[in-house]
Design a protein around this ligand. Sequence first.
Ligand code: HEM
Length: 330
Amino acid sequence: MIGTKQVIFSGFLVIFCLYNVGTEAQLQVGFYRFSCPSAERIVKEEVLNAFIQNNGVAAGLVRMHFHDCFVRGCDGSVLIDTVNPSSPAEKDSPPNNPSLRGFEVIDNAKARLEAVCARKVSCADILAFAARDSVEITRGLGYEVPAGRKDGRVSLSSEALANLPPPTSNVNQLTQAFANKGLTQEEMVTLSGSHTIGRSHCASFSNRLYNFNSTTSQDPTLDPNYANQLKAACPQGSTNPNLVVPMDPPSPATSDVSYYRGVLSNRGLFTSDQTLLTNQQTLSQVIQNSQNLFGWHIKFSNAMVKMGKIGVLTGNNTGEIRVNCREINS
Ligand code: HEM
């Protein structure tokens, strides 16, 4: 016979377990307050040091966090080096190589953190902090980063290709790619505003300049004057990987709304930027964002926090704290 006390005890046990499952799955602001109090400060210092050398690194880190989160969740898998060339890692996939930059900032922060609090701060969290600091340093709005991510142990180039939308995407494809990660169409438009900072390699948009389709050589939705400037920077047939152009020429290192203004004047660099004008809802969000810097900043910070929660590994039973962000622990 099961006694009343046992029933009550089992009830408590179930509630306790459910509570633990609930809290374990949550990221927390100030996660390293006790285990590594200097964690966020050290990452910020490394982002600042790198930014002073090259302000483009901020754009690189924001994009790197996006590319991490969309592939296997925000688990630092984008940071892992290829071990076996027959199975390349995410960072060696076409969406990431050669364009992704800022890996050394994460390495430097990690080296300092291992020296002061070994095996406490995950690479995935370092990247999430660094992306936030990059938004802030380019005059975006700072925000609190919920942390406690663990690092994953798998990184596959094929998964980057399958999950990251290409710059040739139309609005429906973009909406679907973001919906697959639990993000709304509006969040897609908000986050695309990140193209207000940084640069692009010619290969990402040259299809719009030359041999566009069977009837026209140039994308008719692209402002012809802008197209001429882009052609001068990216000669036809050039395979030089060092050729890059700013994505938001008026202010390439400032998180402002001139990206949206550019899109409205047919100066969005990618098909995936320009296509935001082809749908009633996304068009109206582009217009709103172009007129409301503060409103876009708030939406952007919130969307970054939400993106940073995609598929995270948390708690004790999953993932690891990598010692070197480029290698899974042995
Ligand atoms: C909506 C779908 C998106 C597409 C198709 C896309 C595509 C691209 C491409 C092709 C580049 C240029 C890469 C190169 O050739 O150098 C780029 C750059 C960039 N993207 Fe996106 N992107 C998208 C969304 C996002 C999101 C959500 C973020 C961040 C939250 C982001 C942040 C950036 C940044 C900051 C850069 C500049 C990187 C640098 O200067 O190193 N993008 N994107």
